[in-house]
Design a protein around this ligand. Sequence first.
Ligand SMILES: [Zn+2]
Length: 133
Amino acid sequence: MGKEIYNVCDKCGIEANRLTCLKKYGREPLLKKFTISTYHSGKCDVCGKVTSVTEIRDYFFPDFSLLNKKLKITNEAKDKLKELEKMEKLQEETKELIEEWKNIPFWKFKKKKEAREKLDKNIDIIDRFLRGL
Ligand SMILES: [Zn+2]
């Protein structure tokens, strides 16, 4: 944060106004935004998207730190979810590896050992991930 916010997109401006009203008055805003806005093409100072932007006064000078916090939490949650999906895939892969390992006859010692090492590596990654949750 700390950086000045001059131009915002509709999505960020409306949401910042909403969060500000919820915090200040405990309810949704009576007006989502000022009736007339002059948009121009530019970069939103909050989300960084290049789109139609306008001045922050059109959203009644909301407290953007609330929106920044929300975006940070949302991004962290998305990252966690991605990681979780990755782990689910790894878990599936590991189940297959277990089956593979089981089907390798014991006299194919080297092959069996290699499969076991791969399996242990996956289990280790999953284990470390679960500990970090
Ligand atoms: Zn934006």
